[in-house]
Design a protein around this ligand. Structure first.
Ligand SMILES: [Zn+2]
Length: 244
C-alpha cells in the first residue's frame, strides 16, 4: 500500500476514534443522571412504603385511643349499674353498656384490619428495600464501568495531539491540507473505504477502471462524487487486494 495512503487511513481512524470518544465523554453526565434517577425512583418507592406503614400505625393508635375512651365509659356504666334505684334507670344503663360493648367490638375489628394491613405493608417495605439494594449494586457496577470507559476515552483524547503529530509528520503539507479541508467539508470523513464497487461514504458507484485502480491502493484517488480519498480495505495479514 502507498505509504501516504496508509498514513491517511491511520489519520482518519484516529480522527474518527477521537471524535467518538469526545461524543461519548459529552454523553457521560446525562448517563450518570439517568443512573441517579433510577436510584432515586427506587428510594422513593421505599420511602412511600414506609410512609404508608407510618400512616397505618398512626391510624391504629387513634382507634386504640377511641377504644380506651369507650372502655373507660363502659367501666363507669358498670359501676353505675350497681347503684341504680329504678328499673327504668337500670334499663338505660344496660342499654349504654350494650352500645359501648358493640362499639368496642367494631373498633377491635378495625384494629385487626389495620394489623393485617401492617403485615402487608411490612412485606412491601422489605421488597422495596431489597429492590433498592439490588438497584444500588447494579447502578454502582454501571457507574464503575462508566468511569473506566470515561478514563479510556479521556486517555484517547489526551494522546490525540501526540498521535496526530506522529502520523502527519510523514505527510506533505499539501496532502494534510487536502485531508483537513475534506474533514471540515465532509462531516469528519476524509478517507473512505470502497466496498462492492461503491464509495462507502456517498454510496456512488465507481467507474470500473477507477475501481480497479483503487483496489491496488497504490495511488491517491479521490471519489468523483464526494472527493473523499478512496482505499480498498485489505484483510489483516493480506498485503494486496484480491483480484477484482
Ligand atoms: Zn464518495
Amino acid at each position: 500500500m502507498l505509504p501516504d495512503l496508509e498514513r491517511l487511513i491511520r489519520l482518519q481512524q484516529l480522527e474518527t476514534a477521537v471524535a467518538a470518544a469526545r461524543q461519548t465523554i459529552e454523553s457521560f453526565p446525562a448517563t450518570r443522571e439517568r443512573l441517579e434517577a433510577r436510584l432515586a425512583r427506587h428510594a422513593a418507592g421505599l420511602e412511600a412504603a414506609e410512609q404508608r406503614l407510618a400512616a397505618n400505625k398512626a391510624a391504629r393508635r387513634e382507634i386504640e385511643k377511641e377504644t380506651a375512651a369507650i372502655e373507660k365509659k363502659l367501666a363507669t356504666s358498670r359501676e353505675h349499674s350497681m347503684a341504680v334505684k329504678t328499673n327504668k334507670e337500670l334499663w338505660a344503663v344496660q342499654a349504654e353498656i350494650e352500645r359501648a360493648t358493640a362499639d368496642i367490638r367494631k373498633l377491635e375489628d378495625r384494629i385487626l384490619e389495620r394489623m393485617m394491613e401492617a403485615d402487608e405493608l411490612s412485606s412491601d417495605i422489605e421488597a422495596a428495600g431489597q429492590a433498592l439494594a439490588e438497584e444500588q449494586a447494579t447502578v454502582g457496577e454501571e457507574q464503575r464501568r462508566l468511569e473506566q470507559e470515561r478514563d479510556r476515552h479521556q486517555a484517547l483524547v489526551e494522546r490525540y495531539a501526540g498521535d496526530r503529530e506522529e502520523i502527519v509528520s510523514g505527510l506533505s503539507r499539501r496532502l494534510l491540507e487536502t485531508f483537513d479541508t475534506l474533514m471540515r467539508g465532509r462531516k469528519g470523513i476524509a478517507v473512505s473505504e470502497v466496498r462492492d464497487g461503491r464509495c462507502r461514504s456517498c454510496q456512488v458507484r465507481l467507474r470500473p477502471q477507477l475501481n480497479n485502480d483503487v483496489r491496488l491502493n497504490q495511488r491517491l484517488i479521490q471519489c468523483e462524487s464526494c472527493q473523499r480519498i478512496l482505499y480498498f480495505p485489505i484483510a489483516a495479514g493480506d498485503t494486496a487486494a484480491p483480484p477484482a
